[in-house]
Design a protein around this ligand. Structure first.
Ligand code: CO
Length: 630
């Protein structure tokens, strides 16, 4: 089976092949069935905790089989070590993520449909080779076409040539409802012709001559190599250890993040993201792609390029996924890892003593980029010398646009180029943080500033303290950010104390933008992406609770995932708890975001609080004094 040195080693191509053999040997996989995913069935925590180097490893693989065009899937678990089927469960009434194979069929089949060809002809478009069709997740809006089908809504654009910016010329007004499972057009809907924007929107160097000529090179050199080591998927760097993994939906996953051998995070990943559009019109009102659960941040990950995407001494991890036909599919250079200088770590000049001390900050960067149709999302995890952990999401790529007539009104968006309309929208992410601070028995305090009223205890009216509120149960642990009061959430282990007698802890700090869902909570997307209605949810750990909107967000009617799990209202004090944090960007488009968007950032920080007795980075050596280029 190849070198599987740990229960959390990344899934291999051989394991995918073996899993498919075992499943097919049952005789119960129908001919023509597709595999929505084949992933490592991660061992339960108790199994992992008991495992020691050299122990036998029973590798379980989880597969989702799509038998045919009807609703329903099979969830199976097999042991590729023992060759047996451990679970076989038929799940009725659900739809898998959109399948690439079927999306490709949708493009081909739609282009042959006479009503579609006629609708293009009404717009003067006769060369079908220039037409780009984007099948979109359909959402749930009570169209008869949605019933008992796995559908997409296809929208169209025109390219002048094969590598032209495909989004410069939207075919306004035209939507095709497509049955993905049956590979057939359900209906062609034409809301009326709008003139096509005329300007090109190219972003290639050849289209923007002359290029600026005064950018001198910056070279990152590490003459002695990087400071990290990689063994299988285990990374060790500056007292940190972490296992890197890759999932078709979540993309990059971090396991067993420890500092100095002390546990901080058992598992961290982006579990879901949704892009709801704020325009109520026919072409945009239904747009709310779940880019993790409907497309997949791993499935859409693209290979990275040394010197372009990644600068410095890079280690790449490949990502191995299963194709829908059950073959191993390797994304070369899917995950980039390197060290980055990050300015000043700490500094003090002693004016009396005459000493000057400064240390440079450095971080380990582990990242991937997903291209989900028009948009790109970069997921950058940073580990710092002072114990901080950060996730930064980088949003770039091309906005989803429509065409408007000259002088058209843009109440719900903005004209970003003549005749090109970019509707307001949000990018709302959900991250699952299975914090295990020095063990699994943890609790969460909400901590925020509390200014005291004036009175005898507060004669200067200046006093404020840190108010701590214990989040005791799931029902009361659904929380919002509160920037004026610097609200954070502190996860502590009461049974492990630092040298000052305080419980060791880590806090979740909302450092960047933190919008919640702007669509009504009872709207279709409000119900389906309930995770985004609140910034923080806390649940008791359950191996089966994996993604914020549940396993089947595609065309779901909502209520899955977090709202259904917290209905149990489990106790959270000194239990194995999981934090689910929702954050993101509310995007009011700018002309500067066109034709390709400069990176916009969002994310959060995890910071030690009493995890150490003092600044843990006092032992970072000073850097040698350098000199400037002359
Ligand atoms: Co945007």
């Amino acid at each position: 089976m190849g070198a599987i040195d740990h229960p959390l080693a990344m899934l291999t191509g051989d394991e995918i092949t073996r899993a498919v053999e075992i499943l097919k040997a049952t005789g119960d996989v129908p001919k023509g069935a597709l595999f929505a995913h084949i992933v490592l069935h991660e061992p339960d925590k108790a199994v992992l905790a008991a495992w020691r180097t050299g122990d036998p490893i029973d590798r379980e693989v989880r597969a989702q089989i799509v038998p045919g065009p009807e609703l329903g899937v099979v969830e199976a678990v097999v042991s590729v070590s023992k060759g047996d089927v451990r679970e076989w469960r038929v799940v009725e009434g659900v739809r898998p993520a959109l399948l690439m194979h079927e999306a490709a069929n949708a493009i081909f089949t739609t282009k042959q449909h006479p009503e579609y060809i006629a609708a293009l002809a009404r717009r003067g478009i006769t060369d079908l080779d220039t037409v780009q069709i984007d099948p979109w997740p359909a959402g749930t809006f009570d169209y008869p076409a949605e019933d008992n089908r796995r559908i997409s809504r296809c929208i169209s654009f025109v390219r002048e040539y094969a590598t032209d910016n495909g989004y410069a010329r939207p075919v306004e007004g035209l939507i095709v409802h497509f049955d993905m499972g049956r590979n057939e057009v359900i209906e062609v809907i034409d809301h009326g012709v709008v003139a096509m924007p005329q300007q090109h929107a190219r972003y290639f160097a050849a289209d923007h001559q002359p290029l600026r000529a005064d950018l001198k090179p910056i070279d990152i050199t590490q003459p002695e190599g990087p400071s990290f080591t990689v063994t299988g998927n285990l990374v060790e760097w500056q007292k940190w250890s972490v296992r890197v993994a890759f999932d078709p939906y979540e993309g990059l996953v971090l396991h067993q993040v420890c500092y100095d051998g002390r546990s901080i995070l058992h598992r961290a990943s982006v579990t879901e993201m949704v892009v709801p559009y704020g325009d109520p019109g026919e072409l945009h009102g239904w747009k709310n792609a779940f880019d993790a659960g409907e497309w997949g941040l791993g499935r859409m990950t693209q290979s990275l390029q040394l010197g372009c995407d990644c600068l410095g001494e890079i280690h790449y991890f490949d990502g191995t996924l299963a194709s829908e036909h059950g073959h191993a599919w390797v994304i070369k250079n899917a995950i980039c890892m390197h060290e980055e200088d990050y300015g000043v770590l700490w500094k003090h000049v002693d004016l009396m003593g005459g000493t000057s001390e400064v240390r440079r900050s450095r971080r380990l960067v582990i990242s991937n980029f997903a291209t989900v149709g028009n948009y790109e999302y970069g997921f950058f995890w940073y580990l710092y010398l002072d114990g901080n952990v950060q996730l930064e999401v980088k949003l770039t790529g091309i906005m989803s646009v429509g065409a408007i007539p000259p002088g058209g009104v843009c109440e719900f968006g903005v004209e970003v180029a003549p005749g090109v309309y970019a509707p307001n929208h949000q990018h709302l992410f959900n991250v699952r943080l299975d914090l295990d601070v020095e063990g699994t028995a943890n609790r969460v305090y909400e901590v925020e500033a509390e200014p005291l009223p004036e009175g005898p205890d507060n004669p200067w009216r200046n006093a404020f303290r840190a108010k701590r509120t214990l989040l005791e149960r799931e029902s009361t642990a659904v929380r919002e950010v509160n920037p004026p009061m610097s609200r954070t959430w502190r996860v502590v282990n009461e049974s492990v104390r630092n040298g000052l007698g305080q419980p060791v802890g880590y806090k979740l700090v909302p450092t960047m933008s933190t919008p919640t869902m702007l669509a009504h909570e009872e709207s279709s997307v409000g119900r389906r992406a309930a995770f985004s209605q609140h910034n923080l949810w806390v649940t008791k750990y359950d191996r089966e609770e994996r993604r914020g909107a549940g396993e089947y967000p595609n065309q779901s009617s909502g209520g899955d995932g977090l709202p259904s799990w917290i209905a149990a209202d489990r106790e959270l004090v000194d239990e194995d708890i999981v934090l689910w944090y929702s954050f993101g960007v509310t995007h009011f488009p700018r002309p500067e975001d066109w034709p390709v968007m400069p990176v916009e950032y969002t994310g959060f920080l995890l910071q030690p609080v009493g995890f150490f007795d003092r600044n843990p980075a006092l032992d970072v050596p000073p850097s040698p004094a350098g000199h400037c280029h002359d």
